[in-house]
Design a protein around this ligand. Structure first.
Ligand code: ME8
Length: 690
């Protein structure tokens, strides 16, 4: 019977458009799925989008769209990008789909029927960014995971008896040490569970954007229970349909669940506990990779330091991005992305490396042997250098498989490109072009052996690299006269299978060299692409209607004072107040200044301006772009999630070409650094100060 292989990515939140951090996981899974298909396995590759919860509900606020419409649009963007990149997912699950909702409710029922759910009251802190209940104490206490201020939640909830699973989980980690990889993550999870598990609230009742609890629709199911269930609902769990049930029986449990390291707790503690409670088998393994960093920080929308895959696709193509991410970053560890590193790696390994090997080998076969793979001379006449290449190719096939199966993509590719370099050197040392000028039999035989050896090594690297760089290897394969690479059975890959006399296809360069301007072009495209990113959280100009105070949504308080803008005070175009004798203003004058509580969503430095930060500040009904002179007081990442006071009706003005719509209020001590105005109590976003 054919072996099955079921692989999943996390499902991505629809609060933000995809960036190369999301592409990284999806590319890694696509690569693994492709290799398993080439090995003849019945492979199922799942990805999708996570569309419920408070985080999404908040992201939608002020957009003028319904949550469903918002989710439809961003989900479609993820899908369109994966399609553009040719990712071979077999299904794309959305958590707002009926099949998913039905499956989640079934899972909830099952866990409840098995006695693991009870009703209680939760009072404590909640991090909306991570959708995580945290043990932090006090309003606004920072989330231990992301550092953002938490919010106080007090509500009646359904609880899951997580505490009942501590021993079973510890047993799982001990008995199957490879269940969580890499080891550092396993250690982290083990100590988390050892430190004691408390029961987990698995419903929310103060907002409605979620899946209703069966028989109690005042509650929606906790978004992580909802989201994790995608891995089973997508393959038919909870469906009355017989073919769905068969599909579920065939593919579950998953063979590999790939995630980023920040969601290990959800996947390695909550997920197996939910499955155990429902009496379902556990996935065979969870692999957590590291973060893609950009300019030293985790690439994330809230930091505003993202890079879009589209930029790289436009300039260098999908294979360049795939190769770079898997070759450059040690899988499991954090790794930096930069255009400065991407372009030289592309030129060295793809344009000058594999691309050059393909074009010189195939061009010489075309020129000297009329485009037909030549007969090498008998083994007895081989030189040691010919056998060295053959031996290295055999070793490369074995090493590549070993590294790849341990998800050490960079080492696997290093091994394959070791063969490319060896063949390059072999060609240079044996000078086939010199032999090509001679007509004697010995020279022809030698030339045939050299070109056969080079082409055979090229075939082997091409087959091995296909899951990583599918488009270009498909072209090289066709140029080698071997037809469609997707029909190739990788289990058969051995040295010496290139058929003699094979007629080559049309020889063309596969990787055009990137010139010096490529880096600059990509950087410029990224700068230009920032604008539409803001558009999902509209920047409202001061000329538009000022915000109305919004009812409390339990927004968290500023944990610590933040920074201030030493800009001139408010209401530039307000008429000066009628002077009163001692220089005081009337209450009416003060009322003209609209001060409101805002929350910083995005903070980033302004290029070429040491003192300025560009902020996107949520005022409850809109998100404003504000440029503030506080860069010397506050690192941008410390401001994310902070509550600040904004002069909301200040006329817009331009700073370094950026429009600033409002001013942040701060204390500006004489000769000292600005200190942002903040609150000790929890104040809802949008509240007016008067
Ligand atoms: O966490 N580097 O969704 P999400 C590497 N919906 N990988 C990154 C990355 C980066 N800078 N940024 C994102 C969620 N990723 C939940 C998951 S699953 C049941 C629910 C990748 O949109 C990485 O795989 O925040 C990470 O785990 C995932 O995107 C988080 O995506």
């Amino acid at each position: 019977m054919t072996k099955k292989f079921y692989i999943t990515t996390p499902i991505y939140y629809v609060n933000a458009r995809p960036h190369i951090g999301h592409a990284y996981t999806t590319i890694a899974c696509d690569t693994i799925a492709r290799r398993h298909r080439m090995l003849g396995e019945d492979t199922f590759f799942l990805t999708g989008t996570d569309e419920h919860g408070q985080k999404i509900e908040r992201a939608v606020e002020g957009s003028g769209k319904t949550p469903q419409k918002f989710a439809d649009e961003i989900s479609a963007e993820f899908r369109a990008l994966w399609d553009r990149m040719g990712l071979t997912y077999d299904d794309f699950i959305r958590t707002t789909s009926d099949r998913h909702k039905r499956g989640v409710q079934e899972l909830f029922r099952k866990i409840r029927d098995n006695g693991y759910i009870y009703k209680g009251t939760y009072t404590g802190q909640y991090c909306v960014y991570d959708e995580l209940y945290v043990d932090a104490v006090g309003p606004g206490a920072p989330c231990p995971e992301c550092g953002r201020p938490t919010e106080t939640v007090h509500e009646e909830n359904y609880f899951f008896k997580l505490s009942a699973f501590a021993d079973k989980l510890l047993k799982l980690y001990t008995e199957q040490p490879d269940w969580i990889r890499p080891e550092t993550r396993r250690n982290e999870v083990t100590s988390f569970v050892r430190s004691g598990l408390r029961d987990l609230s698995i419903s929310r009742s103060t907002f409605s954007w979620g899946i209703p609890v069966p028989d109690d629709p005042k509650h929606v199911i906790y978004v992580w229970l909802d989201a994790l269930a995608n891995y089973i609902t997508a393959i038919g769990y909870g469906s009355p349909d017989k073919s769905d049930q068969e599909k579920f029986a065939k593919y579950w449990p998953a063979d590999l669940q790939m995630i980023g390291k920040e969601i290990v707790r959800f996947h390695c503690v909550y997920w197996p506990a939910f499955l155990m409670a429902a009496g379902l088998p556990l996935p065979k393994g969870i692999v957590a990779h590291g973060w893609l960093l950009f300019e030293e920080n985790k690439m994330s929308k809230s930091r505003g330091n993202i890079v879009r895959a589209e930029t790289i696709l436009d300039v260098l193509g999908s294979d360049a991005l795939r190769y770079f991410l898997l070759r450059e970053i040690v899988f499991g560890q954090d790794g930096s992305f930069s255009f400065d590193a991407l372009v030289p790696r592309y030129n060295a390994d793809l344009a000058n490396g594999l691309g050059n090997l393909a074009s010189r080998t195939l061009t010489m076969i075309t020129r000297y042997f009329k485009g037909e793979v030549p007969y090498p001379s008998p083994a007895a006449q081989h030189k040691a250098s010919d056998d060295t290449i053959a031996d290295l190719a055999r070793k490369t096939i074995a090493d590549y498989a070993e590294f790849f199966d341990q998800y050490q993509f960079s080492k696997a590719l290093e091994a394959a490109w070791g063969l490319v370099a060896a063949v390059d050197k072999y060609i240079v040392e044996n000078e086939p072009w010199a032999l090509g000028e001679k007509q004697d039999e010995e020279s022809r035989a030698r030339l045939a052996t050299i070109l056969y050896t080079s082409a055979e090594a090229l075939r082997i690297v091409t087959a091995l690299a296909h899951p990583v760089i599918p488009d270009s290897t498909a072209k090289i394969w066709a140029q080698l006269g071997l037809g469609e690479i997707k029909n190739f059975d990788l289990t058969e890959l051995k040295w010496g299978q290139l058929h003699l006399g094979t007629k080559l296809g049309n020889v063309q360069a596969v990787f055009p060299r990137a010139d010096k301007s490529a880096v600059e072009r990509m950087q410029k495209m990224e700068d230009e692409r920032r604008a539409p990113q803001i558009a999902t959280e509209p920047v409202v100009h001061a000329a538009q209607t000022p915000p109305a105070a919004k009812p409390s949504n339990g927004g968290g308080p500023a944990a610590t004072p933040a920074a201030a803008t030493p800009t001139t005070p408010a209401a530039a175009d307000a008429k000066p107040a009628a002077p009163v004798p001692d220089g005081k203003i009337t209450i009416d004058d003060f009322a003209k200044v609209e001060l409101r509580v805002g929350q910083v969503r995005i903070a980033e430095r302004v290029k070429g301006a040491d003192k300025l930060l560009r902020l996107e500040v949520d005022l409850g009904t809109e998100v404003r772009q504000v440029v503030a002179g506080i860069a010397e007081s506050y690192a941008p990442e410390t401001l994310i999630g902070r509550k600040v006071v904004i002069v909301a009706n200040l006329a817009p003005r331009k700073l370094r070409g950026l429009e600033s719509n409002g001013m942040i209020v701060a204390a500006s001590p004489e000769g000292g650094k600005a200190i942002l105005c903040s609150f000790l109590e929890d104040v809802p976003v949008g509240t007016r100060l008067k």
